[in-house]
Design a protein. Structure first.
Length: 394
């Protein structure tokens, strides 16, 4: 009994000095049908005289085979399956032959016939020549059908990747080389190729990535590494002795404004994260209707919440003239912006979280201004009722 992939036990041997030759000679379907009908008639005669029930089973198999041949479901062949191996020494040849025999035995206990006569070996050797079609030696050919011959065809290949245009080269599992390149596509229309390296701690993930970066270093002007734990500190010091890591941590003085796309298109993932951030700032509620009402402005007008002026207009109560006159005159180090998060808590951030450096010109005078209506709730404007100041200038 064969199955798809059974031949891989033979083709995946860690040997390079052996070949597998399969010669297929199609047989006449009509002749096979006539042959099966004659055998069926003979068995039917035996059953009429002997009345053995086992003969009924044989007759049923013959009938099914004849039907399959008539309908084209079965195609008969004569098949020669030959394996040839070689080595420089007798000991090496014996070792390779033993490995091949063990592989054949592991294919559902398949059997093999080893040639011992020089004349037979010579004839079989000629049979393995490409294009050899004149031989009359048919003693080793067996009857076969397409339904299981397909499983025995040695169609296999060794993965090589992109050896012709490789940026990095690694050893494969079958004593082969695998070429890797980081961009794919034709010239002028290339796209970066993403990769994921998965493994347990201590299995060499960082070492592998460092090796890849080392091999592909000459193809790029600079390399940006985002990681946790400075695993690539030695690599960066080797490539550039003056390179220093940029450490981002909660209590550090470097922040990343996730709401700023820098002119890039807004992706659904970015929009979902921005909506969740604004919803967190507004405050959570157990009422699903209230949550949906707070999420709707972000979903309907996503670009508005990536601009400070429109952000404040949608979620806080702002006195007339404040946004046009004061907001763009703030100095980054002179004030702190406080937005209500809910339950009496506030989110504090420096103005440069929202403002660009070229927008800061004048230091405002000292004073205080309140523009948030905590009694009504965020997202609802009510300039007539203000609470105590929450936006302060020194």
């Amino acid at each position: 009994m064969t199955y798809p992939g059974i031949i891989h036990r033979l083709t995946s041997l860690r040997l390079l000095d052996y070949t597998i030759t399969v010669n297929l000679d199609p047989l006449s379907v009509r002749k096979e049908i006539n042959k099966e009908e004659k055998e069926h008639d003979r068995i039917a005669g035996d059953y009429a005289s002997e009345k053995k029930l086992s003969l009924l089973t044989v007759m049923d198999k013959k009938q099914k085979k004849i039907a399959a041949l008539m309908q084209g479901h079965t195609i008969p062949f004569k098949v020669l399956f030959a394996i040839r191996t070689w080595d420089k020494s007798k000991e090496g040849l014996i070792a390779k032959t033993t490995a091949i025999k063990n592989a054949i035995n592991s294919m559902n206990s398949a059997q093999y016939a080893e040639s011992t006569l020089p004349s037979t070996s010579k004839k079989l050797f000629f049979q393995t020549w490409p294009g050899w079609t004149w031989s009359r030696y048919n003693s080793r050919k067996l009857y076969g059908e397409n339904r299981y011959i397909a499983d025995m065809l040695p169609i296999a290949s060794t993965f090589t990747g992109h050896l012709d245009s490789a940026e990095a080269i690694y050893e494969g599992p079958n004593q082969n080389l695998v070429g890797i390149k980081t961009f794919s596509g034709s010239a002028g229309n290339q796209s970066p190729q993403h990769a994921v390296l998965i493994g347990m701690s201590g299995t060499g993930k960082s070492v592998t990535i460092c090796d890849l970066l080392s091999q592909t270093e000459n193809y790029y002007a600079y390399t940006v590494i985002i990681e946790e734990g400075l695993s690539y500190g030695i690599y960066t010091q080797t490539v550039e002795p003056d390179a220093k890591p940029i450490v981002i941590q909660p209590d550090g003085d470097i922040t990343i404004n996730y709401l700023d796309t820098k002119g890039l298109p807004l992706t659904p993932d970015h929009l979902a994260s921005a909506t969740a951030l604004v919803a967190r700032m507004v405050g959570l509620s157990q009422s699903e209707d209230i949550l949906l009402r707070r999420h709707d402005p972000v979903r309907q007008q996503p670009q508005a919440f990536l601009q400070p002026k429109r952000f404040l207009q949608a979620f806080v109560v702002v006195p007339p003239g404040f946004l046009e006159g004061v907001l763009h005159d703030l100095a980054p180090g002179d004030a702190a912006l406080q937005l209500a998060v809910g339950d009496g808590q506030f989110l504090r951030a420096l103005p440069q979280f929202f403002l660009q450096p070229d927008q800061v010109d004048i230091v405002p005078p000292r004073g205080a201004m309140g523009f948030l209506n905590r009694g009504v709730g965020l997202g609802k404007k009510n300039p007539g009722k203000l609470c105590e100041p929450v936006f302060n200038f020194r």
